[in-house]
Design a protein around this ligand. Sequence first.
Ligand SMILES: [Zn+2]
Length: 292
Amino acid sequence: MESYFLDSSFIAIALILGLLVGSFLNVVILRLPKIMYSSWRRECEEFLEENKNNPDTQEEEKFGLAFPNSHCPKCKAPIKAWQNIPVLSYLLLKGKCGSCKVSIPLRYPIIELISGVLTAWAVWYFSFSYEAGLAIIFSWCLLSLTFIDADHQLLPDSITFPLLWLGLLANSFGLFTDLKSAVYGAVFGYLSLWSVYWLFKLLTKKEGMGHGDFKLLAALGAWMGAKMLLPIIVMSAFVGAVLGIAMILIYGRDKAKPIPFGPYLAIAGWICFYWGEAILAWYWQLSGVNQI
Ligand SMILES: [Zn+2]
């Protein structure tokens, strides 16, 4: 009974932590791609030696993850502390900016809510442990990647690589799978999509996916081991079909824009992280292999 109480308090704390971090993830999702664009532009300009007091570059250098403080994109009014409470502020402000009443996208509280639920779920699943802490970081990374890729067709290296290294590190202690399987998962995760990419490019002269997709699958392989790569790919096709149909139902066939592969991969990765073993067991049972 006492441990039940302890567990529920950890889950409640995790929920609140997840909501708060969700509010930061909104900033990451919004600003990280802009930071990447401006740094690419700067690199290109330096490369072309055209960096002659370009006002654009100087403007953009003042832009980071932590500054400027959050403000309304329309009237530039700074967001006060009480307006920064995850989900609750959105409800209190009735979804509008406190100063100019421009509507705040519903997406912000939704991302905060998803972050809260994913964080609470990790603690419920693993209880208070190293695994839970790692699963939380894993979930936050996948959540950010999902929305950044959906918005910009980008999977930033600054998220996929640390995720990959952290997966290998965690499994050097055998937390989610053994180290050998994690290394194979990373290598074959990368190479499998890399081969598909080049085959597709050779056959059609088009680029079917980005390099970020290889890195993301490598990271997922590092966390879950090589045997989970195929279930992740199959699951991402399934997630793609479900989301595709949902998009058409919500926006209509004409307005539904295609989603890049990254979000499917990230969502499938999250599902397989918790239910992959169960899905594999169910599959083997269904195919009757275990009867041989
Ligand atoms: Zn405003």
